[in-house]
Ligand binder design. Structure first.
Ligand SMILES: NC(=O)c1ccc[n+]([C@@H]2O[C@H](COP(=O)([O-])OP(=O)(O)OC[C@H]3O[C@@H](n4cnc5c(N)ncnc54)[C@H](OP(=O)(O)O)[C@@H]3O)[C@@H](O)[C@H]2O)c1
Length: 298
């Protein structure tokens, strides 16, 4: 009899995400069990409970998924899970806190596609301003783009201190140089965006980050993407459905949240399916999400 595919869904929060539960069942998991308010020191015991319950060749039919809303904690939880494996016993491991790994992957992949198809450029050719970079989506999109060779600035709406801490953490973890900049006023934001070719807007839902007037004054802008679907949108003048449409009064193209959404969902479901179909245990984070989103976007 074929082994059942079992997903153990862990979150540091009070609830796992119903979105992720639906995704997992639709991807083909036979069973999805939530574990809530999980701390990082509880991860090794839970993972070992998973792996020792089945013979080693069935480890691949078990998976642990980390949710929450903290990218750094989710990455640490993946590391804690990896460290708890006892070969030949193992299982699949994936994280997508608040859907952020797959959302960031989808946004960066769509921007990359638009840059290449419409502007003849790669991520390595451009500088990017990331708004909302203390959040999970902003954090991951900044790291993905920097790993692809983009010159990345992470913008702090409340000043430079918190984004500088993020930049330091990114350098330590990923070996990337990301510049932290002060975006605490409209004037400062204008100076920042005048200097970049790409904008990622990943701020809190329902917060306008930049007006159309500001975008129109950003002379070097080629592509701007916004993942906020809740009015007011993060970037005024970019429709939620826009998928490379011109931004009025600029030479730039816009990507809206509902263009990002389907690639995000297909990426999350694709990674879940990959764990079900794999012959060897997988460890999946936003870098794997980006590779898949890139192939789905092109
Ligand atoms: N399209 C999709 O498929 C999809 C999927 C998931 C999420 N999303 C959207 O992606 C966005 C980011 O989500 P997230 O989970 O990363 O959210 P998050 O963790 O709450 O982060 C939001 C970011 O916005 C910042 N922020 C708060 N108020 C701000 C303001 N007035 N001006 C500028 N920045 C401000 C936050 O700063 P603090 O550090 O001060 O809180 C944080 O950096 C949201 O709009 C969400 O709805 C889209």
């Amino acid at each position: 009899m074929a082994a059942k595919n079992i997903l153990h869904m862990l979150t540091p929060h009070k609830h796992v995400s119903p979105f992720d539960v639906n995704m997992a069942v639709d991807a083909g998991y036979d069973s999805v069990t939530p574990y809530e308010e999980v701390t990082i020191d509880e991860v090794p015991d839970l993972v070992q409970d998973v792996i020792f319950s089945r013979p080693p060749d069935r480890g691949v039919n078990s998976a642990v998924f980390f949710g929450g809303d903290d990218a750094v904690l989710a990455l640490d939880m993946i590391d804690a899970a990896k460290g708890a494996m006892v070969p030949p016993f193992g299982c699949n491991v994936m994280a997508d806190p608040a859907g952020s790994f797959t959302t960031a992957a989808a946004m960066v992949a769509l921007v990359e596609k638009t840059l290449k198809a419409e502007k003849g450029k790669t991520l390595a050719d451009v500088s990017i301003a990331v708004f909302g970079a203390t959040g999970v989506v902003g954090y991951c999109s900044a790291v993905i783009a920097a790993l692809e060779g983009a010159k990345v600035k992470i913008v702090g709406y409340s000043g430079v201190k918190r984004v500088q801490d993020r930049a330091d953490e990114m350098k330590e973890r990923f070996g990337i140089e990301v510049e932290a900049v002060d975006g605490s006023s409209d004037e400062k934001n204008q100076a920042i965006i005048s200097d970049v070719e790409v904008i990622f807007s990943a701020a809190k839902a329902g917060v306008q980050v930049l007006s159309l007037k500001q975008l129109q004054a950003a002379g070097n802008l080629l592509v701007a993407a916004d993942v906020n679907a809740v009015p007011p949108l993060g970037l005024e003048g970019i429709d939620v459905m826009a998928n490379g449409e011109p931004i009025e009064g600029t030479n730039a193209l816009g990507i809206g949240a509902l263009a990002v959404g389907p690639i995000k969902s297909n990426t999350e479901q694709g990674l879940l399916k990959r764990m079900i179909e794999a012959g060897e245990p997988q460890y999946l984070d936003f870098r794997d999400a980006f590779q898949l989103a890139r192939s789905l976007a092109s």
